[in-house]
Design a protein around this ligand. Structure first.
Ligand code: SAH
Length: 257
């Protein structure tokens, strides 16, 4: 059994309890060294073999994992944040399926959740936005044409943009062309939950100059939307006039329990 484990956004204690236990019992760990905080490897027992996949091809990663698994070793593939987002895990899972090797996935705290915590933000505010678009600019990995930044910007929903810190000028242009007003609040969150975390608030028009000012070139998320400013409607869920399955509205009998 090979485990794909989400390492969380950076802080070593933001891995899940299950993920930590898997690291503690692993014989072999292949970690995405470009983004996984190496401090997480402190959970590994002495004698655990570790491999940094940043220096390896898919073929090399698979060879290490499959060999170890066939030798009866416990293997963990450690991915940053949650493995389901930009983790390139599908291609690894497909090789394992073809080889008849069992695997499971342990989720992790994605960096977009780490960024919300750093911003003290709620991505889904009543009356402002009830959706979060997670996307990226096209880089070496293309983005399907129907998923342009402009097309998502047209919804005015909250956006969290991964993997795009190197092209913020173009990102601003696309966000504005898509319909966000230039003064729409935005934020750049660098290394959320790491000791060197930086939270830079700006507008959609000033992303590039803000990043330049703080010397940020990578490992950041861009958050865009009116949720970053003052206004919103109070939640219905916690409103005294609103009944839920757990609580009766003031002056109303409990209907559905
Ligand atoms: N699976 C990861 C994302 C991997 S893609 C997750 O769930 O978070 C790598 C991109 O994620 C980076 O380019 C950056 O945009 C973002 N990222 C990862 N960790 C981050 C962090 N701690 N703070 C800000 N952005 C981060």
């Amino acid at each position: 059994m090979i485990w794909f484990v989400g390492a969380g956004p950076g802080a070593p204690d933001l891995i899940t309890v299950r993920g930590k236990e898997l690291l503690e019992t692993a014989d072999v760990v292949v970690y995405a060294g470009s983004l996984v905080n190496p401090e997480l490897l402190m959970w590994c027992r002495r004698g655990c073999e570790t491999f940094d996949s940043a220096r390896m091809t898919l073929e090399e990663v698979m060879e290490v994992m499959i060999r170890a698994e066939r030798e009866g070793k416990r293997v963990v593939r450690l991915h940053t944040g949650d493995p389901s987002l930009y983790g390139a895990i599908r291609e690894q899972m497909d090789v394992l399926r073809r080889e008849g090797i069992a695997f499971r996935v342990c989720p992790g705290v994605s960096s977009f959740c780490g960024a919300a915590a750093a911003l003290e933000a709620e991505y889904t505010l009543p009356g402002i936005s009830q959706s979060v678009v997670i996307t990226r600019m096209a880089g070496r990995t293309p983005v399907p044409e129907r998923e342009t930044i402009e097309s998502f910007a047209a919804h005015q929903a909250t956006m969290v943009i991964f993997l795009s810190t190197g092209m913020l000028g173009k990102l601003s242009e696309a966000l504005i062309a898509g319909g966000y007003a230039k003064d729409t609040p935005a934020a750049i969150v660098y290394k959320a939950t790491w000791p060197e975390e930086k939270v830079c608030r700006c507008t959609v028009a000033t992303l590039q100059e803000t990043a330049d000012g703080y010397g940020i070139r990578k490992t950041a998320l861009i958050v865009v939307g009116r949720i970053l400013e003052g206004g919103y409607e109070r939640s219905r869920l916690y409103h005294p006039d609103f009944s839920t399955g757990f609580r009766k509205a003031c002056g109303e009998d409990m209907k559905d329990e």
